[in-house]
Design a protein around this ligand. Structure first.
Ligand code: AR6
Length: 167
């Protein structure tokens, strides 16, 4: 496993799997979700609509993962996962998002995966909490993957850098 902390736009990152910080409707939204749908193109929404009719009739539960093609993105797959909302959901579900994505990526034979800081935007989870949790997950579970952690702002990247420097 190799871990890389990157500042940038997740749709510009090269990885077999790009993770989307979605919501349970799977029908798009703002933040990462909006950027991924815009970059992947309208066929992504069509596939998401199909998933809502077949596998996730009442929506994608928090912590679970839905796999789609990546369409206009260079990646092989997009993994849609719904993080917990601070003050509403159990924040331990954030671990499920990461672990379920890592397991699914290995299962599909991916070599690399790019994560945004799930739940740290509209869902209000502090970036430091996210960084510490992701560090713990990757300490205890070593996937056979290259893991790219993508932060949108330099401030968030420095929080991740600091946490990942700690032992
Ligand atoms: N690339 C990388 N990171 C980004 C980008 C980007 N292009 N844009 C924002 N971020 P959010 P959530 C960072 O709100 O908190 C949507 O409307 C952002 O600064 O995208 O899980 C969905 O449809 C923040 O640190 O996801 C849901 O309704 C992190 O990505 C809801 O928001 C996550 O912010 C999900 O909220």
């Amino acid at each position: 496993m190799e871990i890389e902390v990157i500042q940038g736009n997740i749709v510009d990152v090269e990885a077999d799997v790009i993770v989307n910080a979605a919501n349970r409707t799977l029908l798009g939204g703002g933040g990462v979700d909006g950027v991924i749908h815009a970059a992947a193109g309208p066929k992504l929404l069509d596939e998401c609509l199909e998933l809502r009719k077949s596998k996730f009739v009442s929506g994608l539960p928090t912590g679970q993962v839905a796999v789609t093609k990546a369409y206009n993105l260079k990646s092989k797959h997009i993994f849609h996962t719904v993080g917990p909302v601070k003050g509403k959901d159990d924040l331990s579900l954030l671990k499920d998002c990461y672990v379920n994505c890592l397991r699914k990526a290995e299962e599909l034979g991916a070599e690399s995966i790019a994560f945004p800081a799930i739940s740290t935007g509209a869902y209000k989870v502090p970036v430091e909490y996210s960084a510490k949790l992701v560090r713990e997950i990757l300490k205890n579970y070593t996937p056979n993957l290259k893991v790219k952690l993508v932060l949108y702002s330099y401030a968030d990247k420095s929080i991740y850098d600091e946490v990942f420097r700690e032992k």
